[in-house]
Design a protein around this ligand. Sequence first.
Ligand code: GAR
Length: 195
Amino acid sequence: MPKLALFASGNGSNFQAIVDAVNKGQLDAEIPLLICDQKNAYVLERAAKANIEAHTFTFKDYGTKQAFEEAIVSLCQRHDIDYIILAGYMRIIGNTLLEAYQGRIINIHPSLLPSFPGLHAIEQAFEKGVKITGITVHYVDEGVDSGPIIAQAAVDIREDDTIETLTERMHETEHELYPKTIARLLETKGRKICK
Ligand code: GAR
């Protein structure tokens, strides 16, 4: 069965949606690892409740991005990880991870890319006054939210929306789209053996 390492930095509602999909038999995969870069992130509590091994890597403990990512790659390889799934991981992926997991790092971003890449994508769309925004699942490359798109789902911005109501619908859409997209991808690609 394909092994996924989930990477997250914060609340972890997407982490939870993926774990729930595995537990319900909707996603045929194992999740042996959570990688987190923030020691107080709520996602760590979610991992503990789900009995998933969690490791926090604090960037400032490593001299360079390369050393930071080498430690992560080495842990993922020890766990025979096939795919890295970014679920609210707020750090740009560098060459070390990209080379080790080429074509096997997936991200979710809260906009219809290529519109509104980067931070605060929901707020960016809301403030711009667009009438439709949405969610994108994509492969990670060396750019910021720029890799090939795998799936998208649209979310209407309503006249009476506030940033809070819009954010809530965006999250609901993410929780539906992400596990389904990963399941489809794994069915198509099957398990790739780590190099
Ligand atoms: C999600 O909305 C995700 O799309 C976004 O962070 C949020 C994490 O929520 N990711 C990005 O903006 C990446 N550029 P969660 O911690 O509740 O899953």
